[in-house]
Design a protein around this ligand. Structure first.
Ligand code: NOJ
Length: 561
């Protein structure tokens, strides 16, 4: 079977994403920090986590939540200092938890000394680390940045620089070998500290299309989305191979690429035996909707094409398992909470969240859990743009207003789609601020209105809560009699004629079948095999009569067959 999943220490581990700003505020300044994370390692251990990915904690002006780095080799004072990082690594090691940092090297911050020098001295070595261009007639091309507006910013006269994200995130020019060497040195600096590896941000964008050509406008602004010109562009392999050979290959580390849009036939280059990375996130099923150049142009997520979505998921599994190990997930810091994406509001309940967890957790690949997912957190129901910090949400809001939506309509969309939905402080208990920050402190982002009932203390005390369900899924995947099957078994879709059903088998030394109903009423399913045993169910009641399984609304059932 697949190479990558069968070797390396990271095999058989469950990964958990911490959004450091919002996990635990140990020093009482309203922002989560490294000491806070260290203080909660036992909670993660209890859940069964073996790898923790930290969203960026480097020095940063926080224009994009830390994905704008002004010093790659220092910790932002918001999160603590290098001694705190060393302490976190040491304490995690004691608990056999590996720490991954976020490697953000498509761009840095405009406050990085390299960029500052490049601005001051256009002939300096550092100026060559970026994409500067002289252009007398406005921006050098019509690319739209991913956060809206031109991908070029003027710095006086005819001089512009490229930024695929915000204007405070200038793109690094990977064509320049000196820049690549600086990145290699920095990656080694962290790996030498004993880091477990990296989640690698926006890495498919490091190569830009030769000649930086303009394209046909795809919106009323006359611009064209920069994706087609900057994503997985031919020639990127040279940079990624060099990075791997000069850094990752020399260490026992795991690398998880944020690599959306890689065609199936190129998966082998990314995660095959000699691939650039250990694994990469599978985005094929992470959002059921596609919102063009503004949220108001999105198709309503609850009317999405279920069959097309399901087929994409299946196709991705079928092609990935032949090649390597994908990283599976349903939530991260860039999306609203999963139940909001997949299930109408009226049906939300902890059992639905268990079903969604079950749906992806036993797929072929390495599962990632996003903080709070194991508590069954939902969107916090934002009502005012003043509650929002996220740069991308603010841009969408402005675009919606500019396109004629009322502030109320625009806000309704933000409440549904904003990335801040997943970024509100983690609720530890029912005390003020959900125990995230001490009483009397105002956290950087509002506390979830449900923190009194949905919090870690309450959830871990339940035998049948979402936390207990995740813990059981982790046990099944890592140490149970089904572990080999769930880790390495072959994926095969089943019952494809059934509506609103995700159903698949995994066959290794045993065979399990996972059935997840997205229907809001009970249904009978004729099983194409004999059910030997119920391994897991999102609702306790499981009725099997001969070969007929009754699935309750939004129920998931995992069977040994
Ligand atoms: C992907 C990250 O997940 C997202 O949060 C960030 O805004 C962009 N990359 C830019 O770094």
């Amino acid at each position: 079977m697949s190479n990558a999943i069968n070797k390396g220490w990271w095999k058989n581990r469950i990964a958990y994403q911490v959004y450091p700003r919002s996990f635990c505020d140990a020093n009482g300044d309203g922002t989560g920090d490294l000491k806070g994370i260290t203080s909660k390692l036992d909670y993660l251990k209890e859940l069964g986590v073996g790898i923790v990915w930290l969203s960026p904690v480097y020095r940063s002006p926080m224009d994009d939540g830390g994905y704008d780095i002004s010093d790659y080799e220092d910790i932002d004072p918001l999160f603590g200092n290098m001694a705190d990082m060393d302490e976190l690594l040491a304490e995690a090691k004691k608990r056999d938890i590996k720490i991954l940092m976020d490697l953000v090297v498509n761009h840095c911050s405009d406050e990085h000394p390299w960029f500052q020098k490049a601005l001051r001295e256009p002939d300096s070595e550092e100026a060559g680390y970026f994409w500067f261009a002289e252009s007398p007639d406005g921006p050098p091309n019509n690319w739209r940045s991913m956060f809206g507006g031109s991908a070029w910013e003027n710095v006086g006269g005819d001089r512009y620089y490229m930024h695929l994200f915000s204007k405070k995130q200038p793109d690094l020019n990977w064509e320049n070998p000196k820049l690549r060497q600086r990145i290699i040195d920095m990656v080694r600096f962290w790996l030498d500290k004993g880091l477990g590896g990296f989640r690698i941000d926006a890495i498919v964008h490091i190569k830009k299309m030769e000649g930086l050509p303009s394209g046909p406008a795809d919106g009323p602004d006359g611009m064209v989305g920069c994706y087609a010109y900057t994503r997985n562009v031919e020639g990127i392999g040279k940079f990624l191979t060099e990075l791997r050979e000069q850094t990752f290959d020399k260490y026992e580390c795991v690398t998880v690429a944020e690599a959306a849009g890689v065609p199936n036939e190129q998966l082998v280059d990314y995660i095959g035996e000699k691939g650039y990375f250990s694994t990469m996130f599978d985005f094929s099923y992470s959002e059921p909707y596609n919102y063009g150049h503004g949220w108001h142009t999105a198709k309503d997520p609850y009317e999405w094409d279920f069959d097309a979505w399901r087929d994409t998921l299946y196709a991705s599994q079928l092609s990935t398992q032949k090649i390597g190990c994908g990283a599976t997930f349903i939530e991260n810091h860039d999306y609203p909470r999963a139940c909001q994406k997949f299930v109408p509001e009226k049906d939300h309940c902890p059992e639905v969240q268990k079903m969604l967890g079950n749906m992806y957790f036993f797929l072929f690949g390495m599962p990632f859990i996003y903080q709070g997912q194991e508590l069954g957190m939902t969107n916090p129901r934002f009502t005012s743009i003043d509650q929002i910090d996220d740069i991308s949400t603010k841009n969408h809001y402005r675009t919606a207003l500019a396109d004629g939506l009322s502030p109320e309509e625009a806000m309704r969309l933000c409440a549904r789609y904003s990335r801040d939905n997943a970024r509100v402080p983690f609720p530890w208990d029912d005390s003020e601020n959900g125990g995230f920050s001490p009483a009397g402190v105002t956290p950087w982002l509002c506390v979830h209105p449900d923190y009194k009932t949905v919090n870690a203390k309450a959830e871990t005390a339940k035998n049948d809560g979402v936390f207990a369900f995740y813990k059981e899924m982790i046990r099944l995947r890592t140490v149970s009699e089904y572990a080999e099957t769930i880790q390495n078994g072959t994926f095969a879709p089943i019952l494809q004629g059934e509506k609103q059903l995700i159903a698949y088998t995994r066959t290794g030394d045993k065979t399990i079948a996972v059935l997840c109903s997205f229907a809001d009423s009970a249904r009978e399913i004729v099983l194409p095999f004999e059910a030997k045993k119920v391994v897991l169910a999102s609702k306790d009641e499981v009725k099997i009569d001969g070969n007929v399984l009754t699935l309750l609304p939004y129920q998931s059932v995992t069977l040994e067959v």
